[in-house]
Design a protein around this ligand. Structure first.
Ligand code: ADP
Ligand code: MG
Ligand code: MG
Length: 880
């Protein structure tokens, strides 16, 4: 197979090929070349070669270097320079680039091809000695760093010495002879640390650089990044075979004050505004901008420096957006006034920006409504639903300083100073804010664990900012007033000291850093959000319900667009202080009469709850699940609490202990719960149904359209449902008669499908059901045989070893559990073709599970109130 694809004026071989083969960077370099943008020529080594490299024990495949030679020869011809030449050398960059972008996670080496003689030649050819030695020192440093894994520190020390000697602070102020000395010093550092001389043979440099880029695919930070992305639902990233390598002719942003380099987004990735958002540095190369070495300038001011280059950049920006019909993230370099494009890719943005950009692009005629719906990652809508600081609280807040508003949101947490500490304290349940001078790719684990990120250097396009934005995480960058003492675990801001025990608040929208905890508030949704939701509703075919147990939750979910309640859990209603006592006396009762007496006291509470919920959901269905958990969950287990309870109920503590022990089960999740409770204690079912019916009658009198659906949990055999359905029907009639209710009450009776046997016999179960609702939490638990409450012990290992791709309790296991769902649907509908079927497990709010539900023919999904908008969008995406 062909291993190398050329791009340049003479030919562009990679045009139109897949990202999975050439990587995102490679494909887009070819694409930009072919639409006539100024791109330095080069070639791409495929991701397959990386796969082979690992398959064969880290050996480059035979013939690869020959193919590279041919491509180099083509480059030499196109540019009139020679690789390894002493007079006019061709230099290249060796760049990583996987199919899914992993900002800064892998290796890149610039100025490759220089050696002692070639540097002299380059100085003569360009008549710019300073530049030539600047390029050489960068190569020795980067090559040492990246290829040989030498410590960056010794290089830095050597540089500091030279700066001191020449009494300057900025890299750019070091004169030519200083850089020449620096190259000598760097070669010494290299030799000392690597145990050999810096390689003078450019071909050897090239080969080792290629291997090191492949090697960086398996660097810890790259692996971590992929794992975190995969856990966030990025399924693409889990299946990649490796990275491509791009070898590209160098252009020089470090040739003097008429040169520079920059990065940017074609639109603002925080707000979505259609305004170029970028930064550049004069007389600098590549990494300088993102590494926070000097503080870059905004591209908005570039015109003052080089009007023509700025104008061309803006033209290219428009051309790129028209071509890709997407917001782009670009990298560029200006060499003596001439602009070159070095990279373009789809720009990462937070959910707020994603919504605005999608809506704007429809207005601009770039994309259609359907494309807009498909374009916003459904789970990113959570960013739009993020809290912000309460205006009154923030006016009163103790503002310490201001940094760059790098990624919006409001974060409140305790200070942590390392990624490791962030992880540990997050796992211990704390909200933490990670404070770093500048985050490096090694910090991704800590960034993922933190609620917010604060850096003291670095710009709005720095690594911290880009990664935070992609994750919708609050970030304030470049807050230069924050002095960090990592060892002492303190920060000092304008003379005030804070330790890792102190809480601060970060406003990623304004860039403010505040002392203490500032109160937050719920978000306000913009017009664009409503517009996108309107389009989503137009194209989706499934209904979206919510899981809610209280009128307040029901009301909020309805505002988010819920079309009913798919799961109202009744057990939560028994835990309030004035109710639990009756529940407990019911459990303690010796006979049915006493039980009924206790239940009678619970009835008014239940009725009132249901009335409130029906009101909040007037005109929409409300699925109420009858009591589900085992009774022991309602009894206290500690002696002290048992004693309190005894006093309250006027019984002996020993009685409570005895009852609690009697209810003890080895496997409560597979024990006396769900419909099994109603079989043993039908009076519980009767009380709950009576409360539902009475609430519905009260609503009917008030002209409120209540639509209760009574759901019997944990059914595994048709007989259970047959018996309990009869009980429910009888109770409905008795209650109606007692209340002398004449009119019709439309009450459906159905079941939760959550035991594998119910799926296997769904045709029998369906005989007695008006509806099915898949309880995929229990169904997953029972299909895998994993106790949902105990997976913490092994699931992380399972995910790491790829035994399961993701947590099956978060994203539905389509291959296994999914088959049971499909079977349940098919068998159920074979008896009742119109059987109403939904899902109410956690999976109801997970975009990929929603896609599965759509293709399986479910009528609705039900999820927590805050996930309703996500589900609406995901359902539309599944339908399109
Ligand atoms: P990353 O994937 O980490 O962004 P890149 O491969 O894009 O790494 O390289 C980082 C930077 O190096 C680029 O943004 C660019 O500024 C610089 N660079 C890469 N190749 C070249 C080149 N051929 N000429 C000049 N600068 C380059
Ligand atoms: Mg890049
Ligand atoms: Mg269940």
């Amino acid at each position: 197979d062909k291993m190398v694809y050329y791009f340049g004026k003479s030919k562009t071989e990679g045009k139109g090929l897949a990202k999975t083969l050439l990587g995102g960077k490679g494909v887009n370099l070819a694409e930009m070349t072919s639409i006539g943008l100024p791109v330095p020529p080069g070639f791409t080594i495929t991701t397959e070669v990386c796969g082979d490299y690992y398959k064969h024990g880290k050996q480059l495949p035979k013939g690869l270097m020959e193919e590279c030679h041919d491509a180099i020869a083509q480059l030499e011809q196109e540019l009139g320079k020679k690789f390894g030449d002493n007079d006019n050398p061709l230099l290249v960059s060796v760049r990583s680039g996987a199919a899914v972008s992993m900002p800064g996670m892998m290796n890149t080496i610039l100025n490759l091809g220089l050696n002692d003689a070639a540097t002299e030649g380059l100085a003569k050819a360009t008549k710019n000695e300073r530049f030539a030695y600047d390029a050489y020192r960068r190569l020795i440093n980067m090559y040492g760093d990246v290829v040989m894994g030498l410590s960056h520190h010794s290089f830095e020390e050597a540089f500091d010495k030279i700066k001191k000697k020449y009494k300057v602070t900025e890299d750019t102020e070091v004169p030519a002879e200083g850089l020449k000395e620096l190259c000598e010093a760097y070669k010494d550092v290299y030799k000392k640390s690597a145990g050999e001389d810096f390689p003078q043979d450019p071909i050897k440099q090239l080969q080792l650089a290629i291997e090191s880029v492949f090697g960086s695919w398996h660097a810890d930070r790259a692996i971590s990044y992929r794992r975190i992305e995969a856990a966030k639902g990025n399924t693409e990233i889990a299946n990649l075979i490796g990275t491509a390598v791009n070898v590209q002719a160098m252009v020089y942003g470090n040739m003097g004050d008429d040169s520079g380099t920059g990065v940017g987004f074609t639109r603002d990735p925080n707000t979505g505004l259609n305004k170029f958002y970028g930064e550049f540095l004069i007389n600098a190369q590549g990494e300088d901008v993102v590494a926070g070495i000097r503080t870059p300038q905004p591209v908005a001011e570039m015109g003052k420096w080089d009007k023509a280059a700025h104008k061309e950049l803006m033209e290219i920006k428009d051309k790129l957006e028209t071509h890709y019909k997407e917001m782009q993230d670009i990298e560029f370099t200006i060499e003596k006034g001439k602009l070159y494009m070095l990279q373009t890719r789809t720009g990462k943005r937070n959910g707020i920006a994603a919504v605005k950009i999608a809506c704007d692009m429809v207005k601009e005629g770039l994309i259609t409504e359907k494309e807009a719906v498909l374009r916003v990652p459904a789970s990113d809508l959570t960013h739009c639903l993020l809290p912000s600081f309460k205006p009154t609280a923030r006016n009163a807040a103790d503002v310490l300083c201001r940094g760059l508003n790098a990624s919006p949101g409001a974060a409140v947490g305790k200070l942590v100073f390392t990624a490791v500490e962030a992880r540990e304290r997050f796992e211990a349940g704390e909200d933490v804010i990670l404070v770093r001078r500048e985050t490096s790719p090694e910090d991704v684990e800590g960034m993922s664990a933190a609620v917010g990120i604060l850096t003291s250097t670095g710009g709005a396009t720095s690594h911290a900012a880009v990664v935070a934005r992609g994750w919708g995480k609050c970030c304030v960058a470049g807050a230069s007033d924050v002095e960090i003492n990592e060892k002492a675990k303190t920060i000092t801001v304008n003379g005030r000291k804070f330790t890792n025990k102190d809480t601060i608040s970060l406003d990623g929208t304004t860039g403010e850093v505040m002392a203490g905890e500032v109160e937050t508030q719920e978000p306000k949704l913009s017009g664009d959000f409503a517009k996108l939701m309107e389009w989503a509703d137009k194209y989706r075919t499934m209904k979206i319900r919510t899981n809610a147990d209280s009128p307040a939750d029901a009301k909020r979910a309805r505002e988010f667009g819920a079309e009913g309640i798919g799961l109202c859990r009744t057990e939560h209603m028994f835990f309030e202080a004035d109710r639990i006592i009756h529940m407990r006396s019911m459990i303690l009762a010796d006979d049915e009469t006493d039980r009924r007496a206790a239940l009678k006291k619970l009835l008014p509470f239940q009725r009132k709850d249901f009335e409130g919920i029906f009101k909040a959901m007037a005109g929409l269905p409300v699925t109420i699940r009858l009591l589900d958990p085992p009774l022991h969950e309602f009894l206290p287990h500690e002696a002290a609490a048992q004693k309190d309870m005894a006093t309250e109920l006027g019984v002996k503590p020993a009685d409570i202990k005895k009852r609690s022990e009697a209810l003890h089960e080895s496997n409560p999740m597979l024990g006396h719960r769900g419909c099994r409770l109603s079989v043993t204690y039908p009076e519980i079912l009767e009380m709950q149904v009576q409360a539902i019916v009475e609430a519905a009658i009260i609503c009917a009198k008030k002209n409120i359209d209540a639509q209760p659906e009574i759901m019997i949990p944990l059914v595994g055999t048709a007989a259970e449902l047959r018996i309990l359905r009869a009980k429910v029907e009888e109770t409905i009639e008795v209650t109606k008669a007692a209340k002398k209710h004449e009119g019709e009450l439309k009450i459906l009776i159905g079941t939760m499908i959550e035991i594998p046997r119910a799926c296997l016999t769904a045709n029998e179960v369906a005989e007695y059901a008006d509806f099915f609702s898949f309880g995929t939490n229990d169904l997953t638990q029972m299909t895998f045989g994993y106790s949902r409450d105990d997976v913490g012990g092994f699931l992380p290992d399972y995910i790491e070893h790829k035994i399961v791709p993701v947590d099956p309790f978060q994203s539905l296991d389509q291959a296994g559990v999914g088959q049971l769902v499909e079977m349940g649907v098919t068998k159920g509908r074979s008896v009742k073709s119109k059987l109403k079927i939904g899902i109410c497990g956690e999976h109801g709010g997970d975009p990929s599970s929603i896609g599965f539900c759509n293709s399986t023919g479910l009528d609705y999904v039900s999820c927590s109130p805050f996930r309703v908008p996500i589900a609406r969008l995901a359902a539309a995406q599944a339908a399109l």
